[in-house]
Design a protein around this ligand. Sequence first.
Ligand code: ADP
Length: 258
Amino acid sequence: MADETGPTRLDPTRTATALEFHRVAKRFDTGTEALSEVDLSVAAGEFVSVVGPSGCGKSTLLRLAAGLERPTGGRVRASSDRLAFVFQDPTLLPWRTALANVELVAELHGMSRSRRREQANRALDTVGLADFADQLPAHLSGGMRMRVSLARALVLAPDLFLFDEPFGALDEITRLRLQEEVQRLVHAGGFSALLVTHSVSEAVYLSRRVVVLSARPGRIVAEIDIPFEHPRPARLRFDAEFGRLAATVSDALAGEHT
Ligand code: ADP
């Protein structure tokens, strides 16, 4: 079914593909060519990461997936319009408690008051913040604010998560811990996910597949399968095979920075 603003919908009864880019190009009105000939699909339940040099079109790819931009060539199709966008900046309203922030999106989607309260409490519990529901954002750490942002995304029971450098502003310990949580949440929920990150280790740890984009205009120059089973233990990052796969991604990336 075509849709005026968002990506065309894949028929979920006939496909196990959550998201599909077919020969996608994006040229902005300014003349900047951000993406060229991108063919990429994310299977239902698959976690795919995108890495690439700054300015190569990674955020543009996510915005196309979300239907916030339209391609100027090719097509983007998604099997569901239930998607959650998680940014580096948690963008919480400072005058609303953690619970009220999580409820806000559900409120905007017209969920009844009792249902959204119940769903928001459950989502906060899932991200380990049940005891902080009544706190204002200013009284939460950066990692906790990101957890609130994840809870806000979970409340809508999305089929597809779009992550744009979600942990880029956090210290390393918090970042590693949140990667483990996201892995647990996404895997347990059977969600599909497309993650943009600058961290090769984060991409390898979280993904079933890592896609490397070229310098602008972004084209796919490598796709690396990451075959480890889930759940993945934290110590997997010290595994020799993990190191080999990370080196493969880094090498493909290094070729694009020259
Ligand atoms: P990345 O996320 O890989 O750093 P972006 O997708 O943000 O890259 O941007 C890709 C290119 O497109 C950059 O050169 C950026 O300046 C340009 N760009 C992004 N959004 C717009 C826009 N709305 N109008 C014009 N140019 C844009």
